[in-house]
Structure formats: C-alpha cells, structure tokens
Design a protein around this ligand. Structure first.
Ligand code: NAD
Ligand code: TYD
Length: 351
C-alpha cells in the first residue's frame, strides 16, 4: 500500500533512526522529513539515505503555522509520526518557554493542520505522537509505569510533553482524529547529541574531562537501544490500535552511578587505560538537578503481549555498539558540539 508519511524531527537522534528504517524498509512509502535543524538536528545523521527516491527533506518549523498549513496543502500526507521536540531536561530548566513553544504549540499546530486537511475523512489516516515516560513523574524504590499510571510531570520538559499528549488525546475525543501515543523510556545509541548522559560521558572520557554526576548518583533510568525504539515505532504504526497508548521499554534499569562505572570500564578497555589511570577518576559529584526524578521504569508488557514487540539487543550489546560508534565517529561528535550549542553549553554548565 502506498503512503505519504510526514515524520517530524527526523534529523534528530531518534527521528533519524525512524526515518532510515521507514525509507529502507518500505520503498512504497514516501517519507517526508520535516525538521527545523535546531542544535539537535543534523542532516549528517541521514547522509546514507538522502538520495533515495522515496525520501524528501523539508526544512521548516512546526511552530510556523503558515508553513505547516502550506505543506499540508502541497503534499497529500496520510500519516504523521511526530517526534520534533525540545528534548533535554536541563535545557528545559533554563529555557522553559522554548519547550512550551515547540512541544505544546508546535504539536497543536500540527494537529490543527491535520484536522483541517483530513476533515472527516479519517480512512487510513493516523497521527502517531511519540512521547516519553517522564510524563508519569517519578517512581519510588519499586513499581513500574503502566499505561494507566496518572500523569504527574515534574520538569518543564515532561510538563510540555504531558500537555502535548493531552492535546493529542483531546483531538481524538473532540474531532475523532485517529491517533496513537507511545511513551518510551530513556534511549541511547548512535547520533545522540552529547548533552544526554551516555554520549556526554563518552565524549568527556575521550577528552579526559570531568564526568559530572548529579547529586549522589543514585537516580535510576530504564535504558533502551534506539534501534529497538525505531522497531517499536514501526510496529505500533502498523499494528497499534487507534486511540491507544503503548509504553515502550526494555526492563533495563540502571542506577546512574553504576552505569557510569560500567561505561568507564568499557572505555578503559577500548582506550587501553590502565587501572591506575582509569576513567573512573574523572567522576565528579556535582550539584543536583532541581526537581530531579528519582526513578523511571517502564512496564512494557502491553506492547509485548498485544503487538509482539521485544527489544532485540541486550544492554551490554547496545552499549558496546554505541561506544564503538562514537569512537569511530569522533568527527561527528566534534562537528555537533562546535556550533551554536557549544557557547550555550559552556555558559550554562561550565562542563
Ligand atoms: P532530539 O533533540 O535529538 O531531536 C529533536 C529533533 O526535532 C531535532 O532534529 C530538532 O532539529 C527538531 N526540532 C526541534 N524543534 C523543532 C521545531 N520547532 N520544528 C521542527 N523541528 C524541530 O530528540 P530525540 O531524543 O530524538 O527525541 C525525539 C522525540 O522522542 C521527542 O519528542 C522526545 O520527547 C521523544 N522521546 C525521547 C526519548 C529519549 O530518550 N531521547 C525518550 C522517549 C521519548
Ligand atoms: P539525561 O540523559 O539528561 O536524561 P533524562 O533527564 O531525560 O532522564 O539524564 C539521565 C540521568 O543522568 C538523569 O538522572 C540525570 C543524570 N545526569 C547526570 O548525572 N549528569 C549529567 O551531566 C547528565 C546530562 C545527566
């Protein structure tokens, strides 16, 4: 079946894996990648597929209503997979309005364009919204987030994502818009901007720079390899039930400090660093992040039972692949941090 799919945020970390998967796996689909190329978006991430016939890049901002309405007039999109967002919690603490603008208003502008364009003809149409488990707030020492966990976001990032999820659902209830939402745990893998924990620490280890662990390091995250998230998105897009939510995660919880020690160990092996000169000496405990959520952990049994999705790589394999990728792509690392972000980053965090 032919499809015209608009993927937003396709030049970012997860988006680039989703675009690559759809372009390569479904030659009958035409993939339109809409991205404004903020500091986090980079067309280098898609060099290998940019000349494919079923791929078109559109440079544009989801908060630009005229532009969004124009492309919906120009191209006959029958589905949207919406990933474009401001995505980093620390940035949301220093610049919350940027998060409200892109994540809330941008999502509403897309929803509105879809509603006007598709009118009441929702046959074979879908608005698939990609969200995060952070909308559920924080867990204590035990328990897991299910699809029925009440929303309780704590950071401007998670509040903006929660708000966008609510608007998607509201458009489904009010205008009968066919939608699906998935809420995923922390991703890691190639092409992740080195502001998030794993790529930041890999980059700092390579450059012998301090590893700033927030608070006591006893915060827990549930890590999923990005290609498994892309596979889950493919599965949900094709097999998910309309107006449903799916939690995505790999049952793979790590305390930050344990993960950082493991990362140091693998990096030491790769960089031939001796025990005396271990990267662990770079670990530096720093002031905690305000409103820091203690623990995220996903119950992914619904997507497993109903859609048959499971992660394909273990954490050890995924981490190994990720570290190898960064070591083999130091130029990519250098190029993404040499732009606008570098100044911002130095000023904010002095890292
Ligand atoms: P990212 O920051 O790497 O990429 C975001 C992309 O969106 C970039 O290419 C950027 O240029 C683009 N973008 C930002 N503002 C835009 C705008 N106004 N108009 C058009 N494009 C814009 O983010 P990511 O980590 O790939 O996350 C993608 C999505 O997945 C987000 O919606 C995020 O909330 C969600 N998510 C991320 C994770 C994670 O661990 N990274 C986990 C669960 C869900
Ligand atoms: P991060 O990668 O920013 O993802 P999120 O905040 O969305 O979970 O952070 C993952 C965890 O690592 C989180 O508990 C905060 C912590 N962290 C640090 O300790 N130091 C850092 O420099 C960063 C970026 C994160």
């Amino acid at each position: 079946m032919k499809k015209n799919i608009l993927i937003t945020g396709g030049a970012g970390f997860i988006g680039s894996h989703v675009v690559r998967r759809f372009v390569n796996t479904y030659p009958d689909y035409h993939i339109f990648n809409l991205d404004s190329l903020t500091y986090a978006g980079n067309l280098e991430n898609l060099r290998d597929i940019e000349t494919k016939e079923n791929y078109t890049f559109l440079k544009g901002d989801i908060t630009n209503e005229n532009y969004i309405n124009k492309i919906f007039e120009e191209y006959d999109f029958d589905s949207v997979i919406h990933l474009a967002a401001e995505s980093h919690v620390d940035r949301s603490i220093s610049d919350p309005l940027a998060f409200a603008k892109t994540n809330i208003l941008g999502t509403m502008i897309l929803l509105n364009a879809v509603r006007v364009k598709w009118k009441d003809d929702f046959q074979n149409k879908l608005f698939y919204h990609i969200s995060t488990d952070e909308v559920y707030g924080t867990l204590g020492e035990d328990g897991l987030f299910t699809e029925n966990t009440p929303y309780d976001p704590n950071s401007p990032y998670s509040a903006s994502k929660a708000s966008s999820d609510h608007f998607v659902r509201a458009y489904g209830e009010t205008y009968n818009l066919p939608y699906i939402i998935s809420n995923c745990s922390n991703n890691y893998g190639p092409f992740q901007f080195p502001e998030k924990l794993i790529p930041l620490f890999i980059n700092n280890i390579i450059n012998d720079k301090p590893l700033p662990v927030y608070g006591d390091g006893n915060y827990t995250r549930d890590w999923l390899f990005v290609k498994d998230h892309a596979l889950a998105i493919d599965n949900v897009f094709h097999n998910g039930k309309e107006k449903e939510t799916y939690n995505i995660g790999g049952f793979n919880e790590w305390k930050n400090i344990d993960l950082v020690i493991l990362l140091c160990k693998i990096m030491d092996e790769k960089l031939n660093r001796s025990k005396e000169n271990s990267s662990e000496k770079l670990i530096t405990y720093v002031k905690d992040r305000p409103g820091h959520d203690l623990r995220y952990a996903i119950d992914a049994s619904k997507i497993e039972k109903e859609l048959g999705w499971q992660p394909t790589v273990t954490f050890e394999e995924g981490l190994e692949k990720t570290i190898n990728w960064y070591l083999n792509n130091i130029e990519w690392l250098q190029s993404v941090i040499s732009g606008e972000y570098l100044e911002y980053y130095k000023k904010q965090y002095n890292k």
